[in-house]
Design a protein around this ligand. Structure first.
Ligand SMILES: C[S@@+](CC[C@H](N)C(=O)[O-])C[C@H]1O[C@@H](n2cnc3c(N)ncnc32)[C@H](O)[C@@H]1O
Length: 288
């Protein structure tokens, strides 16, 4: 596998995904009862933005760096979800003495899980896994596991807690293969964990392709499901990655409505006016 998330750490798609992840965890934490968090493709957990791959790509400059500047300069103008995200990142940077780093999904979750919550983060590449284990540390609420996220998903569900969030974030290096595996994983996850919230990230290159895939995925699901999308280039441009999408099964109450507020605000903040935008679409059932 050649995929190295460090190139993309903190880019617009990471911001989109991580704002949603945090908002989903916060929604589940409205109740005191403990929750289970599963990150099937966790990455290394911590990415230096001022050196190496991230510095070469410059992607974070058009992603998280913009949000953090907005937090510092104009707190009141940020939608609550964007404010929460930027605040959690800043707090982690201070606490972990990581002023120029970006936290991955497992680390963001570990920041906000409560004593009664539990998390597992799975990573397959040995080097990435070692880095993740070290970053999470021994006391973290999220345990790092070296293994295959597709398999661990089947083994770990349903969790004893019966409430929780499963995040599926494959690299799509083998694009067709990962789209197929992701579709199967979502169906398998909901069969085992019917009440769980499942969030699957997908890249938007040509929206006609992803729309077809979303339609096919939806036909195999019976639980309420939405797709939340943000794009920074026109959805059929040849820029490469035009947009970021999330399929969310069992979205929390009013989650879609909230996405309709923070996603356009994020698109605007990231300078996506020319051909960029956002949408939240119901795929299955009553989601609003
Ligand atoms: C998009 S990155 C993850 C980013 C991370 N979720 C975040 O938001 O910070 C995908 C990761 O999945 C890992 N990976 C690829 N195939 C895997 C598999 N079958 N099981 C677990 N991890 C896998 C890759 O090594 C890579 O680190």
């Amino acid at each position: 596998m050649k995929y190295r998330h460090a190139f993309h750490a903190g880019n617009f798609a990471d911001v989109h995904k991580h704002v949603a992840l945090l908002a989903l965890l916060r929604a589940l934490q409205r109740k005191d009862k403990g929750i289970f968090f599963l990150d099937t493709h966790a990455g290394r957990g911590r990415y230096a933005l001022d050196s190496g791959d991230a510095r070469t790509s410059g992607e974070a400059q058009r992603g998280v760096v913009v949000l953090l500047a907005m937090l510092r300069e104009a707190r009141a103008e940020l939608a609550p979800e964007l404010h929460d995200y930027a605040t959690v990142i800043e707090a982690w940077r201070r606490r972990a003495d990581a002023r120029h780093d970006y936290p991955g999904s497992a680390v963001i979750a570990a920041e906000v899980l409560r004593p009664q919550d539990r998390g597992v983060a799975v990573e397959i590449q040995p080097g990435e896994f070692e880095a993740l284990r070290k970053t999470l540390g021994r006391d973290a609420r999220v345990t790092a596991e070296h293994g295959d996220g597709w398999q661990r998903l089947r083994a770990l569900l349903p969790p004893a807690e019966r409430r929780g969030l499963v995040v599926i974030d494959p690299p799509y290096e083998d694009t067709a293969g990962d789209f197929r595996a992701a579709e199967e994983a979502v169906r398998g996850a909901i069969e085992r964990f019917e009440t769980g919230v499942i969030a699957l990230w997908y890249p938007i290159k040509d929206a006609r392709d992803t729309d077809r895939w979303l339609g096919k995925l939806a036909r195999g699901l019976t639980r309420p499901t939405i797709a939340a999308e943000l794009w920074v280039h026109p959805p059929d441009s040849r820029a490469g990655l035009n947009g970021s999408g999330l399929v969310i099964v069992n979205p929390p109450f009013r989650f879609a409505e909230r996405c309709d507020t923070w996603q356009p605000a994020l698109a605007h903040a990231l300078g996506a006016q020319g051909g960029g935008g956002a949408r939240t679409i119901p795929l299955v059932g009553e989601s609003r």
